[in-house]
Each structure stands twice: as structure tokens, then as C-alpha cells.
Design a protein around this ligand. Structure first.
Ligand code: ATP
Ligand code: MG
Length: 348
């Protein structure tokens, strides 16, 4: 279980607990990276035991960047197979595809009428994804409203996500509170971010000043959960460190971003805290740290890959999971959407 800062159930009456609702998602914009795994997907299995868990394949978000039409479904099924290989159980959790539930885009339009241009203009992800990009479409700009809709439709209490999504979740809270206030209601739960302690922002291996992303053009920047052993070894061996003499293995994101990133990866995957690791690696070489990271990463990734290939070949089973997930999601989504429409004065 990763080190989570925020992990709790609420108690309503004496001795009576209610399960909170969890919502999380990833885009089928490529195979998840080690960053996605450490930052979110790895914790989903533990959450499903204590929360009503809803895990989404965010294909509508993925089309903010051009996707190959022949590959979008394949990529979504790849992503679903990764979820299952990380022990998300479709009998316990609801797993579904965003585009299968029209309520997401319907609510998104409505909520866009309760969100201000200036609020979206401040979003860092939009600024970053617009850089060196000729396709700065409106979807990329209004992405956070669709994300707020994903979350708010399911009366979500907790959203496990990476630090890069913190600003979007703040906006989701703002929209939820604003809507509730305007209509003097509690139509939406106001969600909270759940974040892992040191793994909420795993950095790119060759450029540890930017985050690891699965859609990075430079494949050396990320480790994909389906990378071969050789390529994982090569990428970690070539990860950027620094030229300090003598070498110092210490956590300092400003002066030593590469070393800090490797320490974070190791800490999250082994459960050892950073101070413990610094002590263990004092007087050791960067090569020693990298070898330990390689060993640990391979241990995790091999387990996932062992399950992945047999799951991925059962395409009919995968489609069935999405169909039944969509049916389960429909009930909750429809319920929230009707309340929203009623509040606004829209009638079906
Ligand atoms: P893309 O480059 O296509 O946006 P991505 O790697 O950012 O891909 P997403 O599908 O957008 O992946 O995000 C899935 C989840 O993984 C989100 O909760 C996000 O916050 C988290 N996440 C993404 N990158 C990292 C990272 N480097 N470290 C920790 N968590 C991350
Ligand atoms: Mg992303």
C-alpha cells in the first residue's frame, strides 16, 4: 500500500460507517507509465476494499490530442487490461469507458455555464499542453470542466490522482460549491484529492524538471508498464543524475532533481522512507542507486506483465466488463444529472 496522505472512511452514527465514493481515471493516450502507476493506479486495488470505487477510461479526454481512430479502442482495451493486471476487480469496482456514458458530456455543457473563462485560463496543464502544439483546441481548454463532470456525476468524496491534477480538482470543488450555493442545495459532494506522499509527481528520466508523461515524444523519459526488461534497464541506467564529486545521494529537488526522482521511485515502491534510503546510500555510488531502482521497478513491472498478456487476449471478456461497468455507472450518473437538470429548470 503506497504512503497516502489522505485515507479515511467517515463515521456517521455511533458505530455505523458509510463507504465513501472514489473516482479516478486515466486516458488511453498510451500505455500507463511508472508515474501513472505510482501516482494512482497502484492504490486503486487497496481502495476498492474500503470505498465504492469507480475507475474510468477517459477516452473523451484523450481526443483533445489527435488519436488514430484505428487504435483508440485498442488503446482503451490495453488500458483496461492494465487496470485488471493491477488487481482492480470488476466485480467489486465499476470500470467503464467515459464515452459510453453520455451523462459526462451533458453535465460538462451545463457546468461550463457555471465556470469562468478566467478560471480555465489559469490552468497549468492547458498552458503546458499548448506549448509547441498546433492543435490548441477548445477541448484542451475546457478539459477541466469535463473532468469536474466525471468526478461530480458520481457523488465522489475522494479522487486519487497525481499532483498535476491538483489544480483541476480544486476547480471541481469550486464548481461544486458554486452550483450548490446558487441552488441552495447539496446536489454535489465536494471532492477531495488523495495523493501519495512522495510519488505524486514522478519526473521524466532524461529531464527530471518535467513530469513523466505517457504521451511524451521522447520515450526515454518514461518507463511504460509494458516496456521490455532491456529497455527498462537502459532507461534507468541513462537517467539524468548530476556531476557532484564525490557523488551525494540526497533528496533535494532543486539541486539534485534526478537523484531525488530516483529516491522517490524507490521509496514509493519499497515503502522505505527517503531518510532511511539516504542513510543506506550514503557513501555509495549513483550506479548503486540505479541498480536498486532497476531491481525494484522490474519486480513490480514483471508481476503486472505476467497477468497482462493473458488478460489482454480475452477481448470478449474485456468488452463485457465495459458494458456492465457502463450499466452500473448509468444509475448513479442519471440520478445526479436529473437533480442538476431539475435545479436548473431543464425538464426531460
Ligand atoms: P498524458 O501525457 O497523455 O496526459 P499522463 O501520463 O499525464 O498522460 P493521464 O492519463 O493524464 O497520464 O493521468 C492518469 C493519472 O496519472 C492522473 O491521476 C495523473 O495525475 C497521474 N499522473 C500522471 N503523470 C504522473 C506522474 N508523473 N507522477 C504521478 N502521477 C502521475
Ligand atoms: Mg495527463
Amino acid at each position: 500500500m503506497p504512503n497516502l496522505i489522505f485515507y479515511q472512511k467517515i463515521k456517521i452514527n455511533k458505530g455505523e460507517y458509510v463507504k465513501l465514493n472514489i473516482f479516478s481515471a486515466a486516458q488511453p493516450s498510451g500505455i500507463p507509465t511508472l508515474g501513472n502507476y505510482i501516482g494512482t493506479i497502484r492504490s486503486w486495488n487497496a481502495f476498492q476494499k474500503n470505498y465504492n470505487s469507480i475507475y474510468c477510461i477517459a477516452d473523451l479526454h484523450a481526443i483533445t490530442k489527435r488519436q488514430n481512430p484505428k487504435l483508440l479502442l485498442k488503446n482503451s482495451l490495453d488500458l483496461l487490461s492494465i487496470y485488471l493486471s493491477c488487481d482492480i476487480d470488476p466485480k467489486i469496482s465499476t470500470i467503464f469507458m467515459q464515452s459510453h456514458r453520455p451523462e459526462h458530456t451533458q453535465l460538462s455543457w451545463m457546468l461550463s455555464c457555471y465556470t469562468y473563462f478566467g478560471e480555465l485560463k489559469r490552468m497549468v496543464q492547458f498552458k503546458e499542453k499548448s506549448k509547441n502544439n498546433k492543435n490548441i483546441n477548445i477541448g484542451l481548454f475546457s478539459y477541466p470542466i469535463l473532468m469536474a463532470s466525471d468526478i461530480l456525476l458520481y457523488q465522489t468524496h475522494k479522487v486519487p490522482a497525481g499532483l498535476d491534477q491538483a489544480q483541476h480538482i480544486e476547480l471541481s470543488k469550486l464548481i461544486a460549491k458554486r452550483f450548490n450555493k446558487i441552488y441552495n442545495s447539496n446536489i454535489f459532494n465536494v471532492p477531495e484529492l488523495i495523493i501519495t506522499q512522495s510519488g505524486s509527481r514522478i519526473m521524466a528520466l532524461s529531464n527530471p524538471k518535467k513530469k513523466m508523461s505517457k504521451s511524451d515524444k521522447n520515450k526515454n523519459n518514461f518507463i511504460s508498464l509494458l516496456d521490455s526488461e532491456e529497455s527498462i534497464i537502459r532507461k534507468i541506467k541513462n537517467a539524468q543524475t548530476d556531476s557532484d564529486q564525490p557523488p551525494v545521494i540526497k533528496y533535494d529537488v532543486i539541486k539534485k532533481p534526478g537523484i531525488s526522482n530516483l529516491l522517490c521511485i524507490l521509496s514509493e515502491l519499497t515503502g522505505k522512507n527517503i531518510i532511511e534510503l539516504e542513510t543506506y546510500f550514503s557513501n555509495k555510488l549513483y550506479r548503486d542507486l540505479k541498480l536498486e531502482v532497476i531491481h525494484t521497478v522490474l519486480e513490480h513491472i514483471k508481476k503486472i506483465q505476467k497477468k497482462y498478456f493473458s488478460i489482454r487476449s480475452k477481448e470478449k471478456y474485456l468488452i463485457e466488463i465495459l458494458q456492465s461497468g457502463s450499466e452500473k455507472a448509468k444509475k448513479i450518473a442519471n440520478n445526479t444529472l436529473s437533480k442538476v437538470k431539475n435545479a436548473i429548470g431543464l425538464h426531460s
